[in-house]
Design a protein around this ligand. Sequence first.
Ligand SMILES: [Zn+2]
Length: 390
Amino acid sequence: MKIKNRHKFIKNLIAPCLMCSMKNKFGLVLEKSKLKPPFLILANHTTDYDAFFVAGAFKCPIYFVMSDHVSSIPVAGKLVKFFVRPLPITKSSLDAGVVREIISVVNQGGAVGIFPEGNKSFAGDMSYIKPTIAKLAKKLNIPVVLFHIEGGYFSQPRWSKTKRKAKIHAYVNEVISPKELEQLSIDEVYNRIVDGIRINAYEVQEKEALHFYGKKIAEGIETMLYACPECGAIGTIRSKDDRFWCSACGDSCTYLDNGHIVGGKFDRLDEWDRWQKNHILDLNLNKRQNDEVILHDPNWIVLEKINKYKNKKLGTYETFLFTDRLLIANKKSRIEIPIPNIVGIGIEGTCGLQISCSDNRVFRLKNVAPVSALKYANFIWTIQNKTIRF
Ligand SMILES: [Zn+2]
């Protein structure tokens, strides 16, 4: 990436108008920073517009490292592409090519922004952060700015179909100096980063007690809540308006505009999510028979990636997860992927699943119904004895 005067020009000319509209749209309260580049900004990730909240807090242009999937988001994606010039990565991997781009921007005196979680939060708590971010921070040896975006999660929960009236507060939480980076070990830098950008939306709510008004505020919640705490069933939650229930046992809950739940076992989504992750472990998936279907969903539009920019549409398929394989099948064809051959899983938006295979094939599955793509990621990681990342 070559830093161009055009970037500064766009920033100075358009930023004030854009930020004005962001302030109206998101109730944005920005704390401006006077820090001069080069520096590396690391921020928590809650909405499609997070890059604007970060960019608005600094005078210089910021070069963001972003998933190539972001550019395909209708409005936010195009704005991001034009305004913040993303350095594209394929689903959350800081590969050698991206690191070279980052170093090039920094060597030209530019500022780089990264959302180390790589994914927007589903349950309001932070997602797993890969330790490679600490290595990169030490390697660059420039100030590391740890940035907070509060209020984003409840304004636009990742599982939701609707937006709420937002109240977002964005600010620099702390800065790690190059001198400190030199003195700290990679593990210490990692812990400092994780602690410094960590936001749990429910913990912020304990202090702020805000209301996020909107319509149909529970709809889509089944894309995140895939297990019922009452009966243990998987994929049985349904939602309408501000209510959701289990179609297996009938247990029913209401989602409130402060993000809390009434009527169920848990009153917070992050607590429910912690429970359902443990519930997958209790299912002892590795002891199941190979022909037992663990998960099944119809109506996936399946694409295969041809290269970084192109996909080929394969058709409409059903998915069947067994303990030893993921079967993607319709009447005409079958794609069978042994579980050990799944080397990468990404969630695209709410109901999209990206599966990378050891033979370099990449499949993108999209479902129009509110189906939990998240449960496939979490079940497959559990079968593989890996950490659940979202
Ligand atoms: Zn149930």
